[in-house]
Design a protein. Structure first.
Length: 279
């Protein structure tokens, strides 16, 4: 049995997926060792799952037209890996199909990508494409709507699935350092959504502690208490030892130096919800 097949069997045996396995539904993905291009979509639709073939619909036709390949090349050449954010149809919601299940891609993508050493390009198909720098602010906009917990979960998802320590560890063109800058800032716990405004909007810190030299002999220290993979949601914040209720921090407060403390938990909180506390 190949390693890919072992991973597939583990996916099917995972408690998160047993309801599909019991119905005879197999995970929809492709990870040939010869793959050069990795296509990352959202999750299979119901028709796709019933057909048992990924991208076998009108959206797949448009994708192949854009790629300039026919069906035989797409499915049989071994050039394409297909690793959606969920390998199963998540179900229907009030306003359409449900989004991919949380944690699915983080759990299985790294294992499968290890078996695809020749991938040179990752294509992100969906409403948010992290490989396109002008969209880097989008997942922080939930803070503006008073729903910072949605920013937190999506920031953690991108940090853990769109970056890795290899020669192709970035999901898009680095250009003048933007892909890395997003990672560093987001790992600290905030991101400058609107560059000219000076406000750094909170997300979910990946680093437990970091200290920045902000010039003129001053240091700015960031501490994330009780931080972990599960504890991704900000419960409360302190700035220089005092309670701080806003879901952002101004540049002038950073360059003054001091200490910003995040207190983390595993459930969304009311932090940053009030209109007066939003960016």
């Amino acid at each position: 049995m190949s390693q890919i097949e072992r991973i597939k069997q583990a996916i099917m045996a995972d408690p998160q997926n047993t309801s599909y396995t019991e119905r005879g539904i197999e995970p929809l993905f492709a990870a040939p060792k010869t793959a050069r291009i990795n296509i990352v979509g959202q999750a299979p639709g119901l028709k796709t799952q019933e057909a048992g073939i990924y991208w076998k619909d009108k959206s797949g036709d448009r994708l192949r037209e854009w790629l300039g390949v026919d069906e035989d090349t797409f499915y049989n050449s071994g050039y394409f890996a297909v690793l959606p954010m969920d390998f199963y149809f998540p179900g229907h919601g009030k306003s359409g199909d449900l989004p991919p299940r949380k944690g699915f891609a983080e759990k299985w993508h790294p294992q499968l990508l290890k078996e695809c050493p020749n991938i040179e390009l990752t294509l992100l198909i969906g409403q948010y494409a992290h490989g396109n720098e002008p969209s880097h602010h989008v997942i922080y906009l939930y803070d503006y709507a008073g729903q910072p917990w949605k920013t937190a979960s999506r920031v953690r998802e991108v940090l853990s699935t769109m970056y890795h320590d290899d020669f192709d560890g970035l999901s898009g063109n680095e250009d003048v350092g933007q892909m890395s800058a997003w990672y560093v800032l987001s790992s600290l716990g905030f991101y400058q959504v609107e560059p000219a405004g000076g406000r750094y909007v909170f997300g979910s810190p990946l680093f437990d502690e970091a200290t920045m030299n902000v010039g003129k002999g001053k240091m700015f220290r960031i501490i994330a208490h009780n931080n972990s993979k599960e504890n991704m949601y900000i419960q409360s914040v302190k700035l220089n030892g005092k309670p701080y209720s806003r879901s952002y921090i101004d540049f002038k407060d950073i360059v003054r130096g001091g200490t910003l403390e995040f207190f983390m938990g595993n459930k969304p909180s009311k932090f940053g919800v009030k209109p007066a506390d939003r960016p």
